[in-house]
Ligand binder design. Structure first.
Ligand code: 3AM
Length: 180
């Protein structure tokens, strides 16, 4: 049976699960983005760059321990996860300009699927979406892909994953787990 993520009146947090970027990676990607001369849309602050695995939405604080237990119980891929963000893509339906890897590691896809399955009984709606690895550079981006003076080639070695709270445009880590 499906659980409820939140009971009416209960305090809640708006949560998502993501792969974090290091400060150095954020700086490098932000610097590269500034070479694109983008004048439209809302740039994501470089300090907020991340790769969302699942958006959980509003979760009642009483559900947090069960949620963290369920996430932690899913076998994780062995770290570091290697990803190369090498494609700049405009997502027209989501109005977002994103960086994507041409190759998403199979271990990452399988793990996200397992996380989705594990969180479905808790009432996580995003569990039914197909995962597409990406890092959002600009939101509300209306156009096509801009010219890239330098093609993107950001190699990420990811050692852990994070449960983030999204609040007032800021992302706060709530819990963090190392990859296996
Ligand atoms: O990493 P990205 O930018 O793709 O778009 C939001 C962001 O994903 C997404 O959750 C991440 C952290 O904010 N998000 C926000 N609201 C959402 C919603 N209602 C959502 N994803 C799905 N449904």
């Amino acid at each position: 049976m499906r659980g409820e993520l939140r009971t009416p009146g209960e305090p809640f947090k708006r949560l998502f699960i993501a792969l974090p970027c290091t400060e150095q990676q954020c700086r490098a990607i932000g610097k590269w983005r500034s070479t694109l001369g983008i004048t439209r849309g809302r740039p994501v602050p470089a300090a907020n760059f991340h790769l969302t695995l699942m958006f959980l939405g509003e979760v009642g604080v009483s559900r947090l321990p069960a949620l963290c237990d369920a996430m932690a119980a899913v076998p994780r891929p062995e770290g570091p996860l290697r990803l190369e963000l090498d494609r700049l893509v405009a997502w027209h339906r989501a109005d977002a300009l994103v960086l994507e890897p041409t190759q998403t590691p199979v271990a990452l896809r399988q793990w996200v699927y397992a996380l989705q399955q594990a969180l479905l009984p808790l009432g996580v709606e995003d569990s039914v979406r197909e995962f597409r690895a990406h890092l959002t550079l600009v939101r509300d981006y209306p156009g096509d892909v801009p010219e890239t003076p330098e093609p993107p080639a950001f190699r990420l070695n990811i050692d852990d994953f994070v449960l983030f709270e999204s609040s007032g445009g800021r992302y706060k880590p709530i819990a963090q787990w190392p990859l296996a």
